[in-house]
Design a protein. Structure first.
Lengths: 489, 423, 547
């Protein structure tokens, strides 16, 4: 171990190699049910060269590495070491916003850059990123996008990895590749910018979409050391509408129609519990809000940008009204005292502390998968039935449905708050988590981001892909140093 | 011309596959988008016009030689001309249909023939028709009709019945209906009776250029002797031969299809309908009246280039792309018949799907022929029509046979039949 | 080389005797390909002849064929519609069978609500679009036009078109995929592999889709794609277009919620600026610099002529000399086409206002002649259906695209004058069609939402004229030299030139590329997926160093 410490100090410097037990303890567990495992060290490289050195060293020394870019709390078990003797590679020192390009609507950042850091930088140039639903303030943008965390604006999501574009990847064998158009141009970002390029196109190079091989890979194929990301323009006019309903079923066809014609920017469906978790303060506040809110609501943000922004908002508002009317629904600017500006402001910011999912009971498990919108009521019903059977309070289940890929796929998420300190409640929640996961996958839920127990469930259903994926991993991480024990690896 | 003269077409084909489909702007569904029956039935690439050109090039370059398959490729085509229309949507310097005809001429010259065709040609030589029937019965259809015999008298108009109408007992009524209509309008016309000879179109189609020329020269001589200036026919195949092929041999006769004749006379008020026919019909454009029935002027010239490499012709070469076929007259006639409701199929006019009777296919590949007709009947059914109407006895015959083979209640009419009924 | 009797018999048992042939003329009809003459010895128009052509009817048949080919060491070259010399066998001496996928032509599912479709390889854009429009949907039709297979463009080759700005590049539209790998395994990607349907192409976890396509697709060189899901887009137009006019001058009335314009600009910087503003303001259902493909000097005359069904190409010079056409030609030198589609009448009115502001800011204008009903209706139909793409070849029967380096609009306009000067120079000999040095065409954006475009320089040559063919080959080399001399990377002609290279020449080129590592990784992927090398070299790779 001392030998390894020496090696690591030789690479990143003494102050960037941490083995204090309290520090290691903090990296050994997360909010999920993953079994805790202490790493041996936490190291903090500052640039790509160091990352490459670390990976090469890990291949020689056969040391598992666990890349981490975001601050705690983590939720999915992917940052908890899956093998003994692991070294956590904490990338948060690599936190430069390298470039913001208004004309091409692109930014290029390092993995340690968070949403709370990036959005104000982008705003200076009149840009913004579509974010996940109230991400943690210390959430790494690259980690979020790499893990295909759903974002709020489906109409800009031209493919599921969007808005992620070009990447610099240090593969598990220590080799470095630039992906997308950055990979075919001269191998210098400055030269590319001089040429007028902006690392816009994600495809390739050649016959492989390399960025897809690190997407939702939980850091097990390569470590991304920079990424170019497509931005949106900051709206000059921005309004939010609520479309409330008693039942989810009432919102389905209306949602389809709105999304089909690309109305709205932000577009998501929430049940009353989840909206209360987002907005309420404290358990009592949340409960009281939950009781007032309609059982279901579509939140649809309408933005105007460069030219005639107010008119753009007005036209969209009228079109939304025409469509919702067909389904006997009505867009409103407030629901039971909750105003649109309040919710919009919440949606456009990272979560306040404590993280919104933890605000109700201090702990939370999330089950999420992809499906199509028409199937969501069935999955919701399944969830409620199982919850009832296990005596988990159904009204506590927060439900979030996020259209993705311009309305082809839908992220369906069930948030299960629980008191981590109450063993019975924790056990009940865990059991519900496991049973629901098994049941939902049998009914056709697609766990496209297979964390924890989902990995086994998913990969057992798709043997051919699993075999191939393992072989592909063998090419890019032949010694299996990157986050072993995750996915099917 | 020789096959070598079409080497440029072969090399300028870009293998775009437009020749397999109707002009794409006209596609309205997946079911009825296909244009080329040959490749749809036979499937391999050389059964398309572009594929056949490539095979022809292969032959010219000595990369391949005559095989049973190559013979099949060459003759297993209706020569319906859809490929020509589709290609020419974007091309001004390609003649795929002519090139495929030239391939057949070469095959025949080189003895690469089908026994079914050989048999037909032999009978044509002997009996003057392609119906494998004795010459003597040629004018049986006209028995009892009081109409001039142009072998003995003169008239400026000849009605040419054509082999199918002369010999097909089920369809002879159409020839009689045409004669009856001509008489009603007081046109001075006659028929050639037994002396009527095959137009030669089928011989031309299957590559027997010499036989075609013999038929054509005989017909033209007979007409000249009879003082004919105008040839009227109910058969679209004959119409095509007279209008498009005969001028290459110096013919100056005016050629009129009965639908054109009737249409003109309806619009002049000389034909009036007294009866109602309550029937929903759809109209099938015969290839030889529609896209291949355009006005034709023989051309001799050469290719020249302007602006470097832009291929044009000196003198100006007329363009035959199906634009000016006979599409409106039959439709106008049908619309004028009281009670008749005309609904259109998806593939109409220059985009019409072939009936399956042309190109020598009906003789050599009867299954393919019937399949093609069956496809058209399906398309007709999709309109909700009770009947399919056409203006060519070969089309009608094939539709009747297909309905018999496949079952179904669709009726088959000729435009003249309905006109005759409604008068 | 011929197929052994045994191999033939095995393959015949799989597909049936009516679906296999090794007849030389038949096989040559597969070997004949556009652009072959630019790459083959003696400028032959034939690529290597396949040893047989097969038409499988199902994924299972393809799987059996591929397994058999592994056994008998026969290469497999699948194609959907087969347009381009990439579709043919690539190397002399390699025994290759051609898989003609025309029997697999089903539209398996149109999920109207979730806006996706599942298709087999021989479904073409024309028929699919017709079926989709009936239910208010549309798809991205690539620049090569409506005769192409969307499965092919999504999985195996070029995917942008006039609709990509609004509807995405077909790589972006690719959902789940069914793939028979070169070992004969069937891989089903994304949600399909998990039994959850076709709606998602990613995952689970890292996407196997990543090894399926990339920037250019393997062009049939790595297995056979047998089905795929494709994302669709809303079509706010009529369920069926009413076609008027006499062939070829077809037109269709423009619905009241659509607009069809040709927009012209006083300068190239203003042109580029307009592109950026269109990106920013998200208008443009179809957005393409299309009509310039027939030459800035001659194109406008051609379009006017084309819309008169009584005219032929012979009339082009006379048409070009007319004063109004001369004026139009000058007006359209710096122009592109755009179709606006409003989801509602108020929306299209809004879009019109946005466009007016963009034009005011950039000094642009709507070309009046092209806004007259005949040309506007033609433009609308042309771009919506892209059914006239064979016009690329109209002048002389041959066309080839050079340049087309992709980048933001202000990058692309920088190489425009270099490309223009180069083509003028190369047209001077008279061995290429003299349509104008600027014969460049390109999508408004090659990817969804804007950001990157490219100008493809159209050079027209006569494939029948050996000197013209030599001239087009020279032009390709010239285009590369011009690009490099001016600091641009080599363009679209590069992969064309590679077809005629030896393996050694190719490998030398790859080894000198910016990232040879890519090719080494791809070698490893190929070794994994295609150990018996039954794919071809269009899936690019480098040998292990020293080997």
């Amino acid at each position: 171990m001392e030998g390894k410490k020496r090696d690591l100090i030789g690479i990143v410097g003494k102050e960037n190699v941490l083995d204090d037990p309290a520090v290691l303890e903090a990296y050994s567990w997360d909010q999920s049910f993953a079994l805790p495992m202490r790493p041996s060290f936490v190291i903090k490289p500052e640039n790509t060269g160091k990352v490459q050195e670390i990976v090469k060293w890990a291949n020689v020394s056969r040391t598992p590495l666990v890349p981490v870019s975001s601050g705690p709390p983590h939720f999915h078990g992917d940052t908890v070491p899956g093998a003994a003797g692991a070294v956590v590679v904490d990338l948060r020192r690599m936190n430069h916003v390298v470039r913001v390009d208004r004309k091409n609507r692109m930014t290029l950042i390092e993995p340690g850059v968070t949403y709370s850091q990036l959005q104000p930088e982008l705003a200076k140039e009149g840009l913004k990123l579509s974010t996940p639903l109230l991400p943690r303030a210390n959430k790494s943008v690259i980690a979020s996008l790499l893990e295909r965390q759903p974002t709020l604006v489906p109409k800009y999501q031209w493919s599921l990895p969007e808005p992620l574009r070009c990447l610099e990847i240090v593969w598990g064998n220590g080799e470095i590749l630039w992906t997308g158009e950055a990979g075919v141009q001269p191998h210098s970002l400055e030269k590319q910018w001089e040429m007028g390029m902006a690392q816009i196109n994600a495809m390739g190079p050649q016959e492989t979409d390399w960025h897809r091989l690190v997407s939702a890979a939980q850091g097990s194929m390569g470590i991304v050391t920079w990424a170019s990301i497509k931005c949106e323009l900051l709206p000059k006019a921005h309004q939010l509408f609520f479309v409330p309903a008693e039942k989810l079923e009432e919102l389905i066809d209306c949602s389809y129609k709105l999304l089909r014609v690309r109305l709205g920017d932000e577009f998501l469906l929430l049940n009353s519990s989840n909206l209360a978790y987002l907005l309420g303060e404290g358990a009592d506040g949340i409960r009281s809000l939950r009781e007032r809110l309609p059982p279901w609501v579509i939140l649809i943000g309408v933005a105007g940008r460069v030219i005639l922004p107010e008119e753009r908002v007005r036209v969209q508002e009228e079109d939304i009204k025409d469509i919702t009317k067909q389904f006997a629904l009505h867009p409103v600017s407030s629901i039971f005292g909750v105003r649109d500006e309040q919710v919009l402001a919440a949606l456009l910011q990272p979560s306040r502390e404590p993280y919104w999912k933890l605000g109700y009971k201090g702990g939370c498990q999330s089950i999420f998968f992809l499906t199509t919108l028409d199937r969501t009521p069935e999955f919701v019903s399944t969830m409620y039935t199982l919850a009832e059977g296990l005596r988990y309070p159904g009204q506590d289940i927060g439900i979030y449905i996020q259209p993705q890929h311009q309305g082809v796929a839908y992220h369906c998420e069930f948030n299960l708050p629980f008191d981590r300190d109450d063993q019975t409640e924790a056990a009940r929640t865990k059991e519900l988590f496991v049973r629901a996961s098994e049941e939902l996958i049998k009914k056709g839920a697609f766990f496209s981001r297979p964390y924890g127990i989902w990995a086994n469930l998913v990969y057992h259903r798709d043997a051919q892909s699993t075999i191939l994926l393992k072989k592909i991993k063998g090419i890019f991480d032949p010694n299996s140093v990157l986050n072993p024990g995750k996915l099917c690896f | 011309m020789a096959l070598e003269d079409y080497r440029a077409d072969m090399l300028r084909c870009t293998r775009c596959s437009y020749c397999k489909w109707i002009p794409f702007d006209q596609v309205k569904s997946q079911r009825f988008a296909k244009g080329c029956p040959s490749i749809e039935y036979n499937r391999f690439q050389p059964y398309s016009a572009g594929g056949r050109l490539a095979a022809a090039l292969s032959l010219l370059e000595g990369r391949s030689s005559y095989t049973e398959r190559f013979v099949d490729i060459t003759y297993n085509c209706l020569l319906c001309g859809l490929c020509d229309v589709a290609c020419k949507v974007c091309r001004y310097n390609m003649e795929p249909l002519q090139a495929m005809r030239e391939l057949r001429f070469k095959f025949v010259d080189d003895g690469q023939v089908l026994p079914q065709h050989t048999a037909m040609i032999q009978r044509l030589r002997q009996e003057g028709n392609v119906m494998m029937s004795p010459e003597a019965g040629r004018s049986d259809w006209a028995e009892g009709l009081d109409v001039k015999n142009l072998t003995q008298e003169k008239a400026e108009v000849v009605f040419h019945a054509g082999c199918r109408l002369c010999y097909d007992r089920k369809l002879q009524k159409l020839a009689r209906a045409a004669v009856s209509l001509l008489k009603k309008t007081n046109v001075h016309f006659g028929i050639m009776r037994k002396n009527e000879t095959c137009c030669g179109g089928h011989a031309f189609d299957i590559g027997y250029h010499e036989e075609f020329v013999k038929c054509a020269e005989k017909n033209m001589e007979d007409w000249s002797r009879a003082g004919v200036k105008t040839v009227v026919t109910s058969c679209s195949d004959c119409y095509y031969a007279f209008k498009r092929l005969y001028p290459e041999l110096g013919s100056g006769f005016e050629v009129v299809h009965m639908v054109e004749f009737v249409d003109r006379h309806i619009k002049q008020g000389k034909i009036e309908f007294t009866k109602t026919i309550p029937l929903k019909v759809t109209y099938h454009d015969p290839c030889h009246l529609g896209r291949q029935g355009e006005p034709y002027v023989p051309w001799k010239g050469r290719e020249k280039k302007i602006r470097g490499q832009i291929v044009v012709y000196e003198p100006r070469r007329p363009r035959y792309n199906g634009a000016w076929g006979v599409y409106e007259p039959p439709r106008d006639v049908l619309k004028a018949i009281p009670g008749l409701e005309l609904v259109e199929m998806e593939r109409i006019r220059e985009s019409a799907w072939c009936c399956g009777a042309g190109g020598g296919v009906i003789d050599a590949y009867p299954n393919f022929s019937l399949w093609t007709a069956g496809e058209r009947i399906e398309e007709a059914k999709s309109t909700g029509a009770e009947a399919i109407v056409s203006a060519c006895p070969w089309c009608e015959k094939n539709f009747i046979d297909a309905i018999e083979a496949n079952g179904g209640k669709m009726k088959v009419y000729d435009v003249m039949e309905l006109v005759h009924q409604a008068i | 080389m011929a197929l052994s009797k045994e191999a033939y018999s095995v393959l015949e048992d799989i597909v049936g005797s009516e679906n296999i042939s090794d007849d030389p003329a038949l096989c040559d009809s597969y070997a004949f390909q556009w652009l072959a003459e630019t790459a083959r010895p003696d400028r032959s128009h034939f690529m290597p002849r396949p040893v047989a052509a097969l038409m499988p009817g199902s994924t299972e048949e393809i799987q059996a064929i591929v397994k058999a080919c592994n056994r008998y060491k026969i290469k497999v070259k699948p194609y959907s519609t087969g347009w381009y010399f990439y579709c043919a066998p690539q190397k002399d001496g390699d025994d290759t069978i051609q898989l003609d996928l025309r029997r697999m032509d089903r539209i398996l599912e149109i999920d109207e609500k979730n806006m996706f479709v599942v298709v087999e390889p021989y479904v073409i854009c024309a028929t699919l679009q017709a079926e989709l429009m009936k239910v208010g949907l549309n798809l991205n039709v690539i620049g090569a036009g409506i005769s192409t297979s969307p499965l092919a463009s999504a999985t195996s080759y070029s995917g942008p078109g006039p609709s990509s700005f609004w509807m995405g590049h077909n790589s972006e539209n690719l959902l789940a995929l069914e793939w028979v790998t070169p070992t004969g395994d069937i891989v089903r990607t994304g949600s399909l592999g998990s039994g959850a349907g076709w709606f998602c192409g990613e995952g689970p976890g890292p996407s196997l889709r990543g090894i399926c396509r990339g920037a250019r697709g393997a062009r049939g060189g790595m297995g056979v794609y047998t089905k795929c899901g494709l994302k669709l887009t809303h079509w706010p137009g009529p369920p069926q277009l009413t076609i008027k006019g006499t062939v070829p001058a077809y037109r269709t009335p423009i619905p009241e919620n659509f607009r069809a314009y040709t927009l012209a600009f006083p300068s190239w910087p203003a042109f580029a600026e307009a592109y950026f503003k269109i990106y920013d303001n998200e208008i443009g259902y179809l957005f393409h610099k299309q009509f310039n493909m027939l030459g800035a000097d001659l194109g406008p005359a051609f379009w006017i002529l084309y819309n008169d069904p009584t005219k032929t190409l012979r009339d082009i010079e006379e048409t070009a000399k007319k004063p109004e056409v001369k004026r139009l030609t000058e007006e359209m030198r710096c122009a592109f086409q755009i179709i606006l589609a409003g989801r509602s009448l108020r929306d299209i009115e809004y879009q019109d206002k946005v466009l007016e502001e963009i034009l005011a800011a950039t000094g642009g204008w709507k070309v009046e002649r092209m806004a007259e009903p005949d040309m506007a209706e033609f433009t609308f139909l042309y771009l919506t259906r892209l059914a006239h793409k064979h016009l690329n070849f109209v002048y002389a029967g041959g066309y080839l695209g050079t340049w087309m380096q992709a980048g933001p609009p202000d990058y692309v306009i920088r190489y425009r004058p270099v490309a223009e000067a180069g083509l003028y120079r190369d047209q001077d000999s008279g061995l290429l069609a003299q349509s104008g040095g600027d014969s460049m065409m390109g999508s408004g954006s090659s990817i969804g939402g804007g950001g990157t475009t490219g100008f493809e320089q159209f050079a027209s040559y006569d494939p029948f004229d050996q000197e013209s063919v030599k001239a087009i080959i020279r032009h390709m080399h010239d285009a590369t030299k011009d690009a490099v001399a001016h600091g641009f990377p080599p363009g679209h002609e590069t992969p064309f030139l590679q077809i005629g290279m030896t393996d050694e020449e190719l490998h030398e080129r790859f080894a000198k590329s910016n990232q040879p590592l890519l090719f080494h990784f791809q070698r490893k992927i190929k070794e994994l997926l295609d150990p018996n090398d039954i794919g071809d070299r269009l899936y690019t790779w480098l040998p292990e160093p020293g080997k």
